[in-house]
Design a protein around this ligand. Structure first.
Ligand SMILES: Cc1cc2nc3c(=O)[nH]c(=O)nc-3n(C[C@H](O)[C@H](O)[C@H](O)COP(=O)(O)O)c2cc1C
Length: 187
C-alpha cells in the first residue's frame, strides 16, 4: 500500500480546497492511504512514513507561502542531512488570484517547491498535458487553480479550475505504488 502525505497552507480556504481534491484523487487509486495536513502540523515522522509527498501553496508575493518554506526548512532540513527523503515521490500544486491570467508567480511558486524536492533527492512528478483538466487547471509543473475572476474579484476555486488537481493526486498515487520498495538511487 502506498502512503501519500498531502500538505498545504491556506488563509482563505482556496488551497485547502485544492488539497482536499488532490487527496481525493489519490484516494481514488485502490490501496492508497492518504494523510492530509496543514504545513504547520507536519512532523518529521509524517514525512518519513510517506512514500509520496504532495505540497500545495497559495502564491504570495510571487512566491511560496512562508509556512511551506518553514515546513521545508523545519522538517525537511533535518531529513536532508540524513538522506531520508531520497527516492520519495514529490509533486506540487498552487492556487493564485491569476494576476497576468496564469498568476504572477504561479510558476515560480511551483518551481521553487520542486527545486526543494530535487535538493532532497525526491522523484518529481510533472503534470503531463494529456491529464484530464490540464487546459484549465495545470501547468507542466503541477496543478494550478485560480481563485479570482477577470477583475481579481475573489471567486473561490471552481471545480473547473480544480479538474487537473484530482488527476494529479491519482497520478502521484499510481507512481508511488509502482515505485514502492524500489531502491532507485545510491548505487
Ligand atoms: C499577501 C498575499 C499576496 C498574494 N500575492 C499573489 C501573487 O503574487 N500572485 C497571485 O496570483 N496571487 C496572489 N495572491 C492571491 C492568493 O494567491 C490567492 O488568493 C490564493 O488562492 C489564496 O489561497 P488561500 O485561500 O488558500 O489562502 C496573494 C494573496 C495574498 C494574501
Amino acid at each position: 500500500m502506498a502512503k501519500l502525505l498531502v500538505i498545504y497552507a491556506s488563509d482563505y480556504g482556496n488551497t485547502k480546497k485544492a488539497a482536499e481534491v488532490v487527496a481525493g484523487g489519490a484516494k481514488s487509486v485502490p490501496g492508497t492511504e492518504v494523510v492530509l495536513l496543514q504545513a504547520e502540523k507536519v512532523k518529521a515522522e509524517d514525512a518519513l512514513a510517506a512514500d509520496a509527498i504532495i505540497v500545495g501553496s497559495p502564491v504570495h508575493m510571487g512566491s511560496m507561502d512562508w509556512r511551506i518554506k518553514t515546513f521545508i526548512d523545519r522538517v525537511c532540513g533535518g531529513l536532508w542531512m540524513k538522506d531520508a527523503m531520497i527516492g520519495k515521490v514529490g509533486a506540487v500544486f498552487a492556487t493564485g488570484s491569476g494576476y497576468g491570467d496564469t498568476g504572477g508567480g504561479a510558476e515560480l511558486t511551483m518551481l521553487s517547491m520542486l527545486n526543494n524536492f530535487a535538493e532532497l533527492g525526491m522523484i518529481i512528478v510533472p503534470l503531463p498535458k494529456n491529464t484530464p483538466g490540464y487546459p484549465k487547471g495545470g501547468l507542466q509543473w503541477g496543478a494550478y487553480a485560480r481563485s479570482a475572476g477577470e477583475n481579481l474579484e475573489q471567486t473561490g476555486v471552481s471545480e473547473d479550475s480544480l479538474a487537473a488537481a484530482k488527476n494529479h493526486g491519482a497520478n502521484v498515487a499510481r507512481l508511488a505504488a509502482a515505485l514502492k520498495g524500489a531502491k532507485v538511487f545510491g548505487g
